[in-house]
Design a protein around this ligand. Structure first.
Ligand code: AMP
Ligand code: GLY
Length: 429
């Protein structure tokens, strides 16, 4: 098979790495990819948002299957476009990609089907939002409706923070049209977990649970980032809790959509807050998580291409996924200063020391291949805030953590920053 993967981050490197292990696959392209992805795939210079360009490429290159990593092309309707042209692609339709693309749509859908989530109000006008905030108690969460690259959510402890968020989104329009409508919701307390399922339109298979670390510094301090590390499984998601999530969230959602004649096909990421009164949905993503995927895929023994093909063909019912029972920890190394301004173009050293380490994988997120006479093969240069992730398996969570950091210590680039406490919460349990 000839496969095209769309995207350029650590998640896409992990997907390409896993697909490259499939005996069914003889050629992988990645658009636009990154330096590390070029280890297993031929890079194609087409942006993930250029869905017409991607469709043309897939047709000309006779691609058998396209796998989409990030949300933007899904929200733009890449799946509808490919299907119109008779091209096979894995992901939800434009209409259902709105579960991530519009927080208003997600909240209204959950409300209609009785899916537990934070109580909320929707506003399309700043004055009404502000007078509502004047009447209620803090903390509250203010969310821009549309895609904001992970920056559209403000957990406001004080009235001033909440009012400033409303002004920024609705009056200063810092997110453009994404902030024309907002959601103001109850602030939930508990531990977060990431639940990812693969859906074939009707049936689904569960991937192992995982947990992200969104803040830049140890102890969950500092500003939010795209994710500084993850581990799988997440012990907070016991078998009993997973059953509850299935019964109270997944089945009502998929059943409700089916009753309305809508079918979801693709990966569905459910961000859950485990509260004292049970699991509640924080958000949906219509794709695999980043960096969760870098901690989950090293544990799946089943061929990822088989899972994806069964999802596209409506044949997930009865499919049993095989798992490596060992936990996996994935730590992200970022450029100094990220998520604020940072320098790029730094040479990364030590990567080849990891080549022969067992149960270790390096997934590149922001790298390109460097060139220096006499040292062509393993020279990489930083190109983004999140540079790479090291994923490690271990007999138990402690061993996975130790293996991961031992490997990470070999890697260096100027300004490199990574959290030292990824998976500490799992260890504590
Ligand atoms: P979202 O993009 O909706 O997942 O929001 C990003 C992050 O904001 C989540 O991972 C949570 O840490 C936090 N968050 C979102 N909604 C809430 C809520 N209702 N209560 C508490 N924290 C929230
Ligand atoms: N890890 C959160 C996300 O993928 O959006």
């Amino acid at each position: 098979m000839r496969i095209l993967v769309v995207g350029s981050g650590g998640r896409e490197d992990a997907v390409v790495w896993k697909i490259a292990k499939s005996p069914k696959v003889n050629k992988i392209y990645c658009a636009p990819g990154n330096g590390g992805i070029a280890r297993h795939a031929e890079l194609v210079d087409i942006k993930a948002e250029d869905i017409e360009g991607l469709a043309n490429f897939a047709r000309l290159e006779k691609i058998d299957l396209t796998v989409v990593g990030p949300e933007t092309p899904l929200v733009l309707g890449i799946v509808d476009l490919f299907e119109e042209k008779g091209l096979r692609i894995f992901g939800p339709s434009k209409a259902l990609a709105r579960l991530e693309g519009s927080k208003v749509f997600a909240k209204e859908t959950m409300k209609r089907f009785g899916v537990p989530t934070a109580d909320f109000r929707i506003f399309d006008e700043a004055g009404a939002a502000k007078s509502y905030l004047d009447r209620i108690r803090m903390p509250r969460v203010v969310k821009a409706d549309g895609l904001c690259a992970g920056k559209g959510v403000v957990v406001a402890k004080t009235k001033k923070e909440a009012l400033d968020a409303v002004s920024g989104m609705m009056e200063e329009k810092i997110f453009g049209s994404a902030g024309e409508r907002i959601v103001i919701e109850e602030c939930l307390e508990g531990e977060e977990a990431s639940i990812i399922i693969i859906v074939d339109g009707k049936n689904f298979v569960k991937l192992a649970s995982s947990q992200d670390h969104k803040r830049i510094y140890d102890g969950d301090r500092g500003p939010n980032t795209g994710g500084m590390g993850a581990y799988s499984p997440a012990p907070v998601v016991t078998d009993e809790l997973y059953k509850q999530i299935e019964g109270e969230i997944i089945k009502p959602l998929l059943g409700g959509l089916a009753k309305e004649g809508r079918t979801y096909r693709g990966a569905l990421y459910i961000g859950v807050m485990v509260t004292k009164t049970g699991p509640k949905v924080l958000e949906f993503n219509v794709r695999l998580g980043d960096p969760e995927t870098q901690a989950i895929l090293p544990r799946i023994a089943t061929d990822l291409v088989d899972i994806i093909e069964n999802a596209i063909n409506g044949k997930l019912s009865g499919m049993n996924l095989e798992w490596d029972r060992r936990p996996c920890v994935s730590v992200v190394a970022a450029s100094g200063g990220y998520p604020a301004s940072y320098e790029k173009g730094k040479e990364i050293t030590g990567l080849s020391d990891l080549d022969n380490m067992k149960d270790i994988a390096v997934f590149h997120a922001g790298t390109k291949k460097g060139e220096r006479p006499g040292n062509g093969s393993n020279l990489y240069i930083t190109t983004a805030g999140r540079v790479l992730a090291v994923s490690a398996l271990g007999e138990d969570i402690k061993e996975a953590i130790d293996n991961c950091y031992k490997a990470m210590e070999k890697i260096r680039f100027e300004g490199m920053h990574y959290r030292k406490d990824i998976a500490a919460r799992a260890l504590k349990r």
